[in-house]
Design a binder for this molecule. Sequence first.
Ligand code: 6GU
Length: 259
Amino acid sequence: MLIDIISVFPEYFDVFNLSLLGKAQDKGLLTFNVHNLRDWTHDVHHSVDDTPVGGGAGMVMKPEVWANCLDDLLDIPPLEDISDADPHIGENSHTTLVFPNPSAPTFTQADATELSYTDHLIFGCGRYEGYDGRIPAYYKAQGFDVREYSIGDYVLNGGEVAVSVMVEATTRLIDGFMGNRDSIVKESYTGSEGLLEHRQYTKPTSWRGMDVPEILLSGHHANIDRFRRDEELRRTSDIRPDIIEKLGCRMLDKKDRKL
Ligand code: 6GU
């Protein structure tokens, strides 16, 4: 997978070289490029933003600068050469463009799974009051797979942290990325049909007067599975009743219904 990230603060992504992502690059699973949007400006001030049309506070990121950068990364020829170009540019592309946007649908585990099958991901980090609305619309019209996602109901200063979240959630799903595939499949939001995961305990079994649940010491696997499933149902219905509602009763077994 090739991941391009565009940002006016590329240093935000230095941290990726420290973690599992660095190892995935060493293993050849991933190529990771961070680009400074200002490298695609042509004015002396390297300006990337301008005042909003229609008035209002803050600054909006200019479409021309974004297009210079995105056309380059997408291998789209300059507009003046477009007559020679394939008129169906982008039509069969396996490139996905992702724009973080607090006013977009929330990024979910299902979205991460989908993105993990893409060959080429381009993340465009907006700052200030965001990017010109024509940017995602233009590349959509060119036939590219364009997504906009928020990571939750709160406001960040820019898209960099949101993109870090989406990149981490996506890349760990790439085949061969994680040591132990079980730890991916069984965890919250993907395993146990989307229930929140049960608590985990390790040794010592008694610590500061607190004992781990006795049933976990029984060696009786069916009872342990039942205990964990009950805890998952209880936790999910307490913390995230919306998840239980979405599951419907089809997903529940006979013993679950007694809870
Ligand atoms: Cl994607 N961007 C910003 N600036 N704030 C956010 C967000 C994204 N998702 C939640 N808050």
